[in-house]
Design a protein around this ligand. Structure first.
Ligand code: SF4
Length: 455
């Protein structure tokens, strides 16, 4: 959700005529988009706000904005402890944020809007969310805000409110616009995306996806995050008829123990969850299933944890996001007796070890095959390499081909990659072809030739 929101802010900033600063110290306007889903994200946000103070002291004309979930939740506290922040916008006030930065733009002297300074990378964030050559390729479209499920660990309903579904026509029009701007994939985003119901007229999530898939020029479709409870067999059958749907379904489990699922208020039992998994296998035999786990939830016994560990070891999940339970102010679980941190850490390490072995095996099965992947940009860890995502969402890191040029690869973003190595985080490979459209065969990417003479 935050990436989708950041994309919106970046779009508004770009159309108001802002360029990117290489460092926050050089910027006229600095925007911090916060997350409060975990305690350390919240602490990091407050740390950054402290740093804002020195930015303001250095240039009092500089404007500082804080937005995101934490801004929604902690507005008053923020005003008290960070009075140097000029404006605070909750998650439901992004349009106002856009209006304000548009107004402020007039106050700042002309900025050099050369290609190099076009809004591309956020300071300290990931380029996934900001307007730029590659991030346009995947268009996030928000289908709903908030969530009404009130899992006992989750702060989302408290900071983003209850379900607020967007009218389907509005979603379709935004998706159209993203495709017209160059999106090859539309990612439908919602806290509980498959609970979507059109508030003005008919249409559930299956119908929404079918309509989006009919947009001319749309090459791929994905969505995140569904709730297991809201997948019916009929909906999965309907989704399986969509040729552009990516073969990856993220299905957050959180725990494989029924007493834990009850305490979490997850609204399904483990066997109900597994029934959904069997439907996914039936309708999407090639799909990778990924998940989320919370370890050390209040009341979790060794036996509860063992159920989760056994489930992971059975090898269902291609990948999993695994977190130690983090107490969130205002949620019921924050008041319950907590699991000892050392016990939670030890369980987390065991679970991560088990899942990493499964993920490695999943990636291992790709070695010596070719996969089509959408380029994401230059690798964050090694600027001489590119990162791409396969249709089942596996990261593939490849050396930059000799003809690599940002503009060229943004217009021909589909890479056929030969997978050479498997790791817990994804795969390593080599680009063999590059294609403009997903349906194209693509043209060969030349590998450098070497002449080796011995005298
Ligand atoms: S369904 Fe997801 S967003 Fe909603 S309360 Fe539960 S964890 Fe939070």
């Amino acid at each position: 959700m935050n990436e989708a929101d950041s994309q919106y802010i970046a779009d508004r900033a770009a159309s108001a005529g802002y360029a990117v600063a290489d460092r926050a110290e050089d910027a006229n306007v600095v925007i911090l988009n916060t997350c409060t889903v975990r305690d350390n994200a919240e602490r990091r946000a407050y740390g950054r706000m402290g740093h804002f103070k020195s930015l303001k002291d250095a240039d009092p004309a500089r404007r500082l904005i804080v937005t995101g979930c934490l801004a929604e939740h902690d507005r008053d506290r923020m005003r008290r402890i960070a009075p140097h922040v000029d404006a605070i916008f909750g998650t439901s006030e992004l349009a106002q944020l856009g209006d304000v930065i548009t107004r402020w733009r007039e106050e700042f002297s002309e900025t050099d809007l050369t290609e190099e300074r076009a809004l591309r990378f956020p300071i300290g964030g990931s380029p996934d969310c900001v307007a730029g050559a590659f991030s346009r390729l995947r268009g996030f479209v928000t289908v709903q805000r908030g969530c009404s499920y009130y899992c006992t660990f989750c702060i989302v309903p408290h900071v983003r409110g209850r379900f607020d579904h967007r009218p389907m026509a509005e979603i379709l029009s935004e998706a159209h616009q993203r495709v017209a701007e160059g999106a090859r994939e539309i990612a439908l985003v919602g806290q509980t995306v498959n609970a979507y119901l059109n508030p003005v007229g008919d249409g559930d999530f299956g119908a929404l996806c079918s309509h989006v898939a009919r947009i001319a020029g749309l090459e791929r479709l994905s969505f995140i995050s569904p709730h297991p409870k809201d997948f019916t067999r009929e909906m999965l059958r309907e989704l399986s008829q969509i040729p552009q749907l990516n073969p990856r379904i993220h299905l957050p489990l959180q725990s494989a123990s029924d007493p834990m699922l009850r305490r979490m208020n997850r609204k399904y039992t483990f066997s109900q969850y597994m029934e959904k998994v069997s439907w996914i296998h039936e309708f999407f035999p090639q799909a990778a299933i990924t998940t989320d786990f919370i370890v050390g939830f209040p009341g979790e016994t060794e036996q509860d944890f063992q159920s989760t560990l056994d489930c992971v070891r059975s090898g269902i999940f291609a990948n999993a996001y695994m977190f130690i339970y983090s107490k969130r102010r205002g949620t019921p679980a924050a008041h319950w007796e907590q699991v000892e941190p050392a016990v939670a850490s030890e369980r987390h390490a065991r679970l991560a070890e088990a899942q990493n072995a499964v993920a490695c095996a999943f990636h291992e099965r790709k070695v010596r095959t070719e996969a089509r992947a959408l380029v994401q940009g230059v690798s964050k860890k090694d600027r001489s390499k590119l990162a791409a995502k396969t249709l089942d969402n596996v990261t593939v890191i490849v050396p930059q081909p000799p003809d690599y040029e940002e503009r060229l690869y943004a217009s021909e973003p589909w890479l056929d990659v030969r997978i050479d190595s498997a790791h817990k985080w994804g795969c390593g490979g080599t680009v063999v072809r590059r294609a403009r459209r997903f349906a194209d065969r693509g043209s060969a990417v030349k590998t450098p030739l070497i002449s080796l003479l011995t005298a």
